[in-house]
Design a protein around this ligand. Sequence first.
Ligand code: ZN
Length: 224
Amino acid sequence: MRHWFHSVNVRLSGGTFVLIAVFAVPSGATAQASAFNRQTIIVRSYTDAGSAGDIRDAKRSAAAIVRRADIDVLWLDCTLPDSVETRERCSLPIDWNEVVLRVVPAVAADTRRDAEDLGFALVVVNERHGSLATVYSDRVAARSRRAGVDAAELLGRVIAHEIGHLLLGTNRHGSRGLMRASWTGADLRRNLATDWLFLNKEGTAMRVALAARARALDPDRPAS
Ligand SMILES: [Zn+2]
């Protein structure tokens, strides 16, 4: 079966691939409480002109998927910053709750990757977190045409999938839901709602990871 999504693990020297912990809710009551609160992430986006027509709807679709996992998405468009303030924010080091999204043609990105990949997420496994996701706008558009489905919606689903990798901190895929490795044309046309959502355990894992990152940077931060 083809894997149309792929993530790269960056292993730090001396590190090990220990992924299972990211799916485990910490035993402390404090951590559990924060994990069930809504979280907010900021996605800095860089978009090529070719996908400009679809990107607004795609962002809306992606945010709706992530929101169903009780994580709100704020977009920071760094392609053509609309103000001095935005330009300055885009130039700052990324914060604990920020990730970077590139939507670019495959020919402008890493062409060594599998020709069927629609995108990838760069994940630092030791830290169980990733900060950079790339989505191939030309491949998504071609695939939507072949399947006869809406390009913007598919783009949004791919974006949400790659954000999922970044927040989960793993290249693993699930057997069900949005984090499946392969999306067939039949899957796309069937458009079953549950195929395009995170599983409950994935939503919990993402919120746990975000809460843990916040506390790691600010131990005095209230858990709630
Ligand atoms: Zn994937």
